[in-house]
Write a protein that binds this ligand. Structure first.
Ligand code: SF4
Length: 232
């Protein structure tokens, strides 16, 4: 059964200090994602289930009881921008007085552009050089969509964080340099490199540890293009 506004939720984290910088947030995980990233740590959320695990109206009622206890609500996934009801859901959450955040891989740039007007912060993935996206996401055309999403975020003026998950088997030094040059051309100053963690990953070929030091070796070249790089 679809929720009233089409938003399907797979789960909730009631309190998080790490999903919206500087804010205490609840995280709502939407169901469904068109990408098939090999390092995905939420594979159980990729399929859009016929029935949401959590009812939207009940979730809003639950959030109403959190007013004054939380600063923000973050929509994560899965990929929230596949949800036709995303803008309505953001507006509903904002009406309760919460700041709104979004984690997105930029798969639906048009819907993302609508959502940006209702967001206070976005964490956007930049998964690969845009012409090599399918090698990481398993989805032809995903690079062009992600490029449009990035340009929409940068044009919007909202607070953002760009994130790239780094695994030596998926992205080499040349790939990271290509991303850095693209971000430099867009005048991006800050970039987060997320070192792959095996939690939730079901691709056994990625679980062997990468050789030490390869990322450290390329960091100076990356920082000469994007000055504020955070590795976490
Ligand atoms: S975009 Fe996120 S949820 Fe979708 S497959 Fe990739 S890592 Fe998993």
């Amino acid at each position: 059964m679809a929720t009233r506004n089409g938003l399907t939720l797979g789960g909730v984290v009631p309190f998080s200090t790490v999903d919206f910088p500087g804010r205490l947030a609840a995280v709502l995980f939407t169901q469904g994602c068109p990408l098939r990233c090999r390092y995905c740590h939420n594979p159980h959320l990729r399929r859009r289930a016929a029935s949401p695990a959590r009812d939207w109206a009940a979730t809003v009622a639950w959030l109403r009881r959190r007013v004054g206890l939380l600063d923000a609500v973050v929509f994560s996934g899965g990929e929230p921008t596949i949800q036709p009801g995303l803008a309505d859901a953001l507006a509903e959450v904002r009406a309760l007085g919460f700041a709104t955040g979004l984690h997105s891989a930029g798969t639906h740039p048009r819907r993302l552009s609508q959502a940006l007007k209702l967001l206070d912060w976005i964490g956007l993935d930049v998964k690969a050089p845009f012409d090599r996206y399918a090698a990481v996401t398993g989805s032809i055309g995903s690079g062009a969509q992600a490029r449009r999403a990035l340009d929409a975020v940068l044009a919007s003026g909202i607070s953002y964080e760009l994130r790239t998950t780094v695994h030596a088997a998926l992205l080499g030094a040349a790939d990271l340099l290509a991303i850095a040059e693209d971000l430099q051309a867009r005048r991006v100053r800050r970039w987060v490199l997320q070192v792959f963690r095996p939690t939730g990953c079901v691709d056994a070929a990625l679980l062997a540890p990468a050789g030490p030091g390869w990322l450290d070796a390329v960091l100076p070249s990356l920082r000469s293009r994007v000055p504020d790089i955070v590795v976490r």
